[in-house]
Write a protein that binds this ligand. Structure first.
Ligand code: XUL
Ligand code: CO
Length: 442
């Protein structure tokens, strides 16, 4: 790698110091090199840094502009600034020991006056990224296109009432797929952006959903034609920016994909804060995707219990993440997905060190949850309870129900002649909650 000035001169590579460490710039639970089941912890957790928050986020909110000023954001040439920013980003990825990063096309390179100029800008930064990836070993977890910031997309991209905007978005995603392939991106994410609506007074819901499906089919076809092998992921979100986002939650996503014959090509990128905005737990969304073999990746963050919008905070809730980890590990892990910190610093957290504190907290929380989940699964108490709770379906008429070998007539006869009244059994929720706490708090 071309030797660049250190952008985080006061911070060394973050070391694992164990649970007793009082060093705020050390890992207490995340030891990337620890071998678990024959591979390092870093390969189990596959942490990724979100370029948009950590290197484009400035802390702006609806009441004021950014508060975060970074030393590398200076000069007048947008391409040079973008390169310096990327150098800083890769220094951060290495120091925080994240094996992956993710970006939207527009995060890494500025838009030009035409699509052709924008693509040329992007090519310059992709070449720069390629060099940095090679020099550092940091890889691309997923790519995506920003189809929601520019004014042209104010009424959606693939669901825009104007076919011209649809065509522009198609051209943009074509390029984003090529870029993701060039950089070895392992997945490609479609988050709904502004694919939704505010009012049915100006919206044809059916046509918009048909158009979204046409767009995704085109993406599948194009990826195939260029030999892009990455996994396609839908990232559901119920609202924000639009009032009714079409990809409301995993269940709505499954119904949409099946309706339009897309289910074989997509899995889900599940974001904690999107799950809670939809009125679900994170674990619910994960289990719903797992039930259909469609868990792809995770956008690791948290909302605020008292706020009804996407606060994108770093998650330090060990209980919530342990429950998620139990589900993920039971399903065999994330495969080529990962844990992407789609999370941002609070507006007053303006020091470069805050980026480290935030990610250390997130990584330690996931690493601790991973270990607790493994212990929970190894002990097998919850699995034994579940197995026993459903045991009546393992044999006899219960098994025949699961196999769909009996009908109402058979069951009616069985109840009248043999079974009679069922004996209710306790659901034991309080016992199970206490059992969970015994893992979390000893
Ligand atoms: C928005 C969001 C996006 C996607 C990528 O809520 O989560 O940043 O993760 O477009
Ligand atoms: Co996200």
């Amino acid at each position: 790698m071309k030797k660049t000035r250190a952008h985080f001169p006061r911070i060394k590579t973050i070391a694992y110091e164990g649970p007793k460490s009082a060093n705020p710039l050390a890992f207490r639970h995340y030891n990337p090199d620890e071998i678990v089941d024959g591979k390092p912890l870093s390969a189990h957790l596959r942490f990724s840094i979100a370029y948009w928050h950590s290197f484009r986020g400035v802390g702006s909110d609806p009441f004021g502009p950014g508060t975060i000023v970074r030393s590398w954001e200076k000069g007048t040439d947008a391409i040079s600034i973008a390169k310096a920013r990327m150098d800083a980003a890769f220094e951060f990825f290495q120091k925080i020991r994240a094996p992956f990063y993710c970006f939207h096309d527009r995060d890494i390179a500025p838009e030009g006056r035409s699509l052709a100029e924008t693509n040329r800008n992007l090519d310059k930064l992709v070449a720069h990224a390629k060099g940095l990836q090679k020099a550092t070993g940091v890889r691309m977890l997923w790519g995506t296109a920003n189809l929601f910031s520019n004014r042209r997309y104010m009424c959606g991209a693939a669901t825009n009432p104007d076919a011209h905007v649809f065509a522009y978005a198609a051209a943009q995603v074509k390029k984003a797929l090529e870029v993701t392939k060039t950089l070895g991106g392992e997945n490609y994410v479609f988050w709904g952006g502004r694919e939704g609506y505010e009012t049915l007074l100006n919206t044809n819901l059916k046509r918009e959903q048909d158009h979204l499906a046409a767009f995704l089919h085109m993406a599948v076809d194009y990826a195939k034609s260029i030999g892009f092998k990455g996994q396609f992921l839908i990232e559901p979100k119920p609202k924000e920016p639009t009032k009714h986002q079409y990809d409301f939650d995993v269940a709505a996503g499954i119904a949409f994909l099946r309706t339009y014959g897309l289910e074989k090509h997509f899995k889900f990128n599940i974001e904690t804060n999107h799950a809670t905005l939809a009125g679900h737990t994170f674990q619910h969304e994960i289990e719903t995707a797992i039930a259909q073999g469609m868990l792809g990746s995770i956008d690791a963050n948290a909302g605020d219990e008292l706020l009804g919008w996407d606060t994108d905070q770093f998650n330090t809730n060990v209980k919530e993440i342990t429950l998620a980890m139990v589900a993920i590990l039971r399903a065999g892990g994330l495969g080529q997905g990962g844990l992407n910190f789609d999370a941002k610093l609070r507006r007053p957290s303006i020091d470069p060190e805050d980026l480290f504190h935030a990610h250390i907290g997130g990584m330690d929380t996931y690493a601790l949850a991973f270990k607790l989940a493994r212990r929970i699964l190894a002990d097998g108490k919850f699995s034994a309870f579940l197995k026993d709770r459903y045991a009546s379906y393992d044999t006899g008429y219960g098994r025949a129900i699961e196999k769909r070998r009996v009908g109402f007539r058979d069951l009616n006869k069985l109840v009248l002649t043999k079974l009679g009244e069922p004996t209710p059994r306790s659901g034991k929720q309080e016992y199970l909650e206490n059992l969970l706490n015994s893992y979390l708090h000893g």
